[in-house]
Design a protein around this ligand. Structure first.
Ligand SMILES: *Cc1c(COP(=O)(O)O)cnc(C)c1O
Length: 359
């Protein structure tokens, strides 16, 4: 079976060596030695201002919304993983969907201002597939209307925009270190921010609302990354350049061999150093997409309909439709993309996709 992704497993001896340190320390969580080491290494590798590693990539979104959105309306994208929208609803805020740009597939910044009301408190946008939003325009709009900007940057490990980490944009950015993501700690994630005050506000929220044992700053929850998660991160991080290089090899193959008169590919925003996190293609119709999925399934190849359906259609919402997001969500398919994907398989995938139009 060829799936859309395959988790990277570091050599087990390297994981055992990290786990041995945990046993030696007799320390499993709460600011342990491995957690501290991973935090520093990530900060250095990503060249980010402030980082708080967390249990997963959803809690940092919820924590940022808890601090900034305050039960108000949150302007957001319909084209993302469900966690983006669900976090807004979970925090008792109202998602207000703004349609996406037809090529970049990120929120259409030119439509944001029309969606702002006096209830609007924040913008939560996704750098979908690791493709940056128009961060400059969004920042200008947010400044003008006194809104906070949170980026769901779950797909963005290693992405830089204009020479610096994409995590350094927005009031807060978040990332997922889930097993299916580019860099992982099994389950895990992180929150990134730009200044000491935000760091403090986010830090206590992820640690039950306190810092020292007795001093409470406000409401908090538990989103702390454990030593076992940090151990995996320390083992995966040394391979990250090789992982990205291998993914580039797969993307280059698709770029060279797919017939782009039939399907369209993602347009990466200028000035971006991308991380090859996903390989989405958009078919001319949903019928073509379903035909391609069936033809691939016959060869035990399982791509994924990332991201379908468009999030404004979730059953627990009543929202106006987003025609472009709906159009894309019905036609987009993410092709298999991982380090050990062989050229023989790639050739097969490309042949099947290219012939989806011949029948
Ligand atoms: C994976 C993902 C998340 C959630 O991250 P978890 O670590 O699985 O909680 C949030 N947003 C997007 C866009 C994602 O792809």
């Amino acid at each position: 079976m060829i799936n859309v992704t395959k988790t990277f497993f570091p050599p087990i001896a390297e994981y055992q060596a990290q786990v041995q340190r945990i046993w030696d320390n007799q320390w499993l969580t709460n600011n342990g030695e491995l957690y501290q080491e991973l935090t520093l290494k990530l900060q250095h590798f990503l060249r980010v201002n402030q980082i708080i590693p967390m249990t997963n990539g959803t809690l940092p979104i919820q924590i940022a919304l808890n601090a900034y959105a305050k039960g108000g309306e949150v302007i957001t994208t319909p084209f993302s993983y469900v966690a983006t929208t669900a976090s807004i609803v979970w925090e008792k805020c109202t998602p207000v969907f703004v349609d996406i740009h037809p090529e970049y597939l990120t929120i259409d910044e030119s439509k944001i201002e029309a969606a702002i009301t006096k209830e609007t408190t924040a913008i939560l946008a996704t750098h979908v597939y690791g493709n940056p939003c128009d961060v400059e325009t969004i920042e200008a709009i947010a400044k003008k209307h006194h809104l906070k900007v949170i980026y769901d940057a779950a797909h963005c490990f290693g992405v830089t925009y204009k020479g610096q980490s994409i995590f350094n944009y927005g009031d807060v950015s978040t990332c997922s270190f889930h097993a299916t993501k580019l860099f992982h700690t099994g389950e895990g994630g992180a929150l990134f921010c730009q200044n000491q005050q935000t760091y403090h506000d986010m830090w206590y929220r992820h640690n039950f609302g306190h810092d020292g044992p007795e001093e409470y700053y406000g409401l908090g929850i538990n989103a702390k990354m454990s030593e076992l998660q940090a151990a995996m991160g320390l083992c995966v991080l040394p391979y990250i350049d090789a992982i990205i290089k291998e993914r580039k090899r797969v993307c280059d193959y698709y770029n060279q061999h797919l017939d782009f008169s039939n399907v369209s590919q993602l347009t990466i925003r200028d000035n971006t150093d991308w991380n090859y996190a996903y390989y989405p293609i958009v078919f001319a119709s949903e019928e073509h997409l379903i035909q391609a999925i069936q033809n691939l399934a016959a060869e035990s190849i399982k791509p994924r309909r990332y991201f379908y359906p468009s999030l404004e259609t979730l059953p627990y919402l009543t929202s106006e439709q987003c025609p472009i997001a709906d159009y894309i969500a019905k036609r987009v398919l993410c092709l298999p993309l991982y380090t050990t994907l062989e050229e023989r398989v790639l050739k097969n995938i490309v042949n099947i996709i290219n012939s989806a139009y011949s029948g």
